[in-house]
Design a protein around this ligand. Structure first.
Ligand SMILES: [Zn+2]
Length: 225
C-alpha cells in the first residue's frame, strides 16, 4: 500500500493519510480494486521477463528463476497488505509464514512444469503470456488469506464469501456464498476448491457479532447488495 494510506489495527482498515479525505477509511471494495491494479502492474514485469525469453536474451532456466522471484515478491506483498501486522513483534506467528511458504512451494512446482512445457516447445508466446498472468492474479489468494488471518486474530468470529456481481463464476462459488455467515477460517480460501482458480473474483467479509449474523435470503444469494 503506498504511503498515502495508513493502517488502523483496531478496525483492520486502511485510511487516507493526506488530501481532502484525510483519516477517512478506504472502502474494502476500493482496496480490492487497488490490489487488482497492483497485480496488473506486476503482469507487465512478468511479460517483460517473457519478452527476454522470446528474444533469447535469457534461457528457460533463467526465466523460471526470475518468474519465481517475481511471484514470491508479489505474493508476500499481497499477504502483508492483507495482514499488515505480519512480522511485527506482537503478532508474529511462524504459521503465517508457513502458510505463505507452502503456497509459494506449490507455485514453484507449477512453474517447474510450465518451464518443462516451454522446453518441449508445446506453448505459443501468447499462451505463455496468458499463463503467466494467472500466476499474478493468483496472488489475490495471499491478500485475502492475509486479511482472514488478521481478522481471526483480531477477534472477528464470522466470515462469509461474497461474489463479485461483475464476474463470471464456476458452479462451486455460488454454493459457498449461499452458506452465508460461517465460523472464521472454515470456508474455502479464495481460488481454492473451485474451478475459477486464479480467476476467482469472490472475497470475504467479516463480522464481530457475538451470535451468527443474519442476512436476508435475497442478500445471501447476491440478488441485492
Ligand atoms: Zn469459482
Amino acid at each position: 500500500m503506498p504511503e498515502t494510506f495508513y493502517y488502523n489495527a483496531k478496525t483492520n482498515r486502511y485510511h487516507y493519510a493526506s488530501g481532502d479525505r484525510k483519516n477517512e477509511f478506504i472502502g474494502a471494495a476500493c482496496v480490492r480494486e487497488l490490489m487488482r491494479d497492483y497485480y496488473d502492474s506486476r503482469k507487465a514485469d512478468a511479460r517483460e521477463i517473457n519478452r527476454k525469453l522470446f528474444d533469447r536474451e535469457i534461457s528457460v532456466g533463467d526465466w523460471e528463476v526470475r518468474q519465481a522471484e517475481l511471484i514470491k515478491k508479489v505474493f508476500i506483498q499481497a499477504y502483508k497488505i492483507g495482514n499488515p501486522q505480519l512480522g511485527s513483534n506482537r503478532s508474529t506467528d511462524p504459521s503465517d509464514y508457513g502458510r505463505i511458504g507452502n503456497k509459494l512451494k506449490d507455485q514453484y512446482g507449477y512453474l517447474r512444469n510450465f518451464s518443462g512445457e516451454i522446453l518441449e516447445g508445446k506453448l505459443s508466446e501468447s499462451q505463455i503470456n496468458a499463463r503467466v498472468d494467472q500466476y499474478l492474479d493468483a496472488a489475490n489468494w495471499a491478500y485475502e488469506e492475509g486479511r482472514r488471518l488478521t481478522h481471526a486474530r483480531g477477534g472477528w468470529p464470522w466470515e462469509k464469501r461474497v461474489m463479485s456481481p461483475m464476474a463470471e463464476h464456476c458452479s462451486s462459488c455460488p454454493g459457498y456464498a449461499a452458506l452465508g455467515w460461517q465460523k472464521i477460517k472454515s470456508l474455502p480460501a479464495i481460488g481454492t476448491q473451485c474451478e475459477c482458480r486464479s480467476k476467482d473474483k469472490c472475497h470475504f467479509e467479516y463480522s464481530k457479532s457475538i451470535t451468527r449474523p443474519k442476512d436476508s435470503f435475497l442478500k445471501r444469494n447476491g440478488w441485492i447488495a
